[in-house]
Design a binder for this molecule. Structure first.
Ligand code: SF4
Length: 177
């Protein structure tokens, strides 16, 4: 029997490539938790596009709350950091912690995130944090760097083929500026 994996998803194009890759080996479900995305209309758009991917690939998508007030409080002091700086570390941690908690609570075997597909995300930091939260909440973390093996380029092509919305900023108000 395949292991059950909960995959944190931040947007539809990344989900399409990574979920397609993982579903051969795992019984994969998606988890949309992204309180960083600003404004709310953009959040709704990314969620709606992710729902389309879940339908296309036929996986269960778990949606969590858009609790952006807490996100703003936790990242405020790093608002002037560049992308890939300390603010992003806090942002990764907020989302990975919640995914580990959810995966553990719902009885998954393992969890991961699609975020390492992006060339603007630090896979080593994501993997380190994933292992730490996995240890804390007693669930395995799948280490990955999905941008390898030409992953990012393939995901761009796939999302064009499926006519998916591709955002032109990472997500938060600071990256939009
Ligand atoms: S740039 Fe992206 S990863 Fe960094 S804080 Fe903003 S939304 Fe999060």
């Amino acid at each position: 029997m395949k292991q059950k994996i909960l995959v944190h998803i931040c947007c539809a194009p990344d989900a399409l490539y990574v979920m397609d890759l993982l579903r051969g080996e795992y019984d994969a479900s998606g988890y949309f938790y992204n309180p960083n995305i600003h404004p709310q209309e953009e959040y709704e758009l990314r969620l709606e596009e992710t729902r389309k991917v879940a339908q296309t690939l036929n996986f269960r998508l778990i949606e969590d709350a858009y609790d952006n007030e807490e996100w703003f409080k936790m990242t405020k002091k790093f608002k002037d950091e560049p992308e890939k700086g300390k603010r992003c570390d806090v942002c990764y941690a907020i989302r990975l912690k919640k995914t580990a908690q959810k995966a553990s609570k719902l009885g998954f075997d393992v969890f991961t995130t699609v975020m390492s597909l992006s060339p603007w995300k630090k896979a080593d930091v994501l993997n380190q944090m994933g292992k730490m939260f996995g240890h804390k909440y007693k669930i395995n973390f799948l280490e990955a760097d999905f941008k390898k093996k030409d992953g990012f380029r393939k995901s761009v092509e796939l999302s064009k083929h499926h006519d998916l919305y591709r955002q032109d900023y990472c997500g938060c108000i600071y990256s939009k500026k």
